[in-house]
Design a binder for this molecule. Structure first.
Ligand code: CP
Length: 308
């Protein structure tokens, strides 16, 4: 079975270091990679909405000289007729060299990887995880801070359903001197399994609070997230919680001068657009970095599968 990436922990810290080096090399000399994937095909199977992840995977494959075939939404594939994820994966393996899949159900990408004959990349499975967003986040932190060690990372908003948060916690828990500050309403705290399997297992210091302003001066990274409306069972609960945190320039007065403000996007209203011109705003850098890390990951997985 070829190597797939379903969880960020499918990649060792050393592999992440190599992917960052590869992405930096692509950024430096993109022409050198313009034919790296000639005649290879990426299938993007997106059974949930996406702008950044789908388009960055597709842009990544085109910039490597490859081709893209796509299921752009849940209604336009045979999944709408009841086809299983396993059968879809077996079928798409006949047409593509690598698959990127987003699905509303936790575990769907894992099922696909167990049935596909080609590498599968999890492009987000329900509220579980989103490893390639984490690769984008890690390259951004690396380029802004030059290290992963010794950082105090504030994660703010919907830490329960925010799959990018779960993947980022898992990834950063492997570095030295990390400290997490988990900022959320009581109802949207980080799930127990994420805390148990990474933060507590690795004895990472962390604090939980509902008050963003009280911790602002401590933070090296502030990772804002959207309240995930699509994962709520109860619309009233969503409406009650959706405006819990709105970052405005006034709230940054006590922040560090070199704070790195991140957001996986899409943004609803968690970060005022007035902050976009602040040099500390890094969220559109994350968008671009995501394309380079996906290029590096496609190259790595195709090489390991013996396709390149
Ligand atoms: N960050 C992210 O996953 O964005 P999309 O939902 O637009 O892909």
């Amino acid at each position: 079975m070829p190597k797939s990436v379903i969880d960020i922990l499918d990649l060792t810290a050393e592999e992440i270091r190599e992917l960052i080096a590869s992405a930096e090399d692509i950024i430096k000399d993109p022409d050198r990679y313009a034919h790296a994937c000639d005649r290879k095909k990426l299938a993007t199977l997106f059974f949930e909405p996406s702008t950044r992840t789908r388009l960055s995977f597709e842009a990544a494959m085109y910039e490597l000289g490859g081709h893209v075939i796509s299921v752009p939404d849940a209604g336009s594939s045979s999944a709408a007729k009841g086809e299983s994820v396993a059968d879809t994966a077996k079928t798409v393996s006949c047409y593509a060299d690598i698959i990127a899949m987003r699905h509303p159900k936790e575990g769907a990408a894992l099922v696909a990887s167990l049935n596909a004959a080609v590498p599968v990349i999890n492009a987000g499975d329900g509220g579980h995880c989103h490893p390639t967003q984490t690769l984008a986040d890690l390259l951004t932190i690396w380029r802004e801070k030059g290290t992963f060690d010794g950082l105090t990372i504030g994660l703010c908003g919907d830490l329960k359903f925010g799959r990018t948060v779960h993947s980022l916690i898992n990834a950063l828990s492997r570095y030295e001197g990390i400290r997490f500050v988990l900022i959320s309403p009581e109802e949207l705290k980080v799930p127990g399994y994420v805390k148990r399997e990474s933060i507590k297992k690795r004895m990472i210091p962390y604090t939980q609070t509902t008050d963003l302003m009280s911790v602002m001066p401590e933070l090296d990274i502030l990772y804002m997230t959207r309240v995930q409306r699509e994962r709520f069972f109860n619309e009233e609960e969503y409406l009650r919680l959706k405006d819990s945190y709105i970052l405005t320039p006034e709230k940054l007065v006590s922040a560090k001068k070199d704070l790195c403000i991140m957001h996986p996007l899409p943004r609803v209203n968690e970060i005022s657009v007035k902050i976009d011109s602040d040099p500390r705003a890094c969220y559109f850098k994350q968008v671009l970095n995501g394309k380079y890390m996906r290029m590096a990951l496609i190259l790595k997985l195709l090489k390991e599968a013996g396709t390149l």
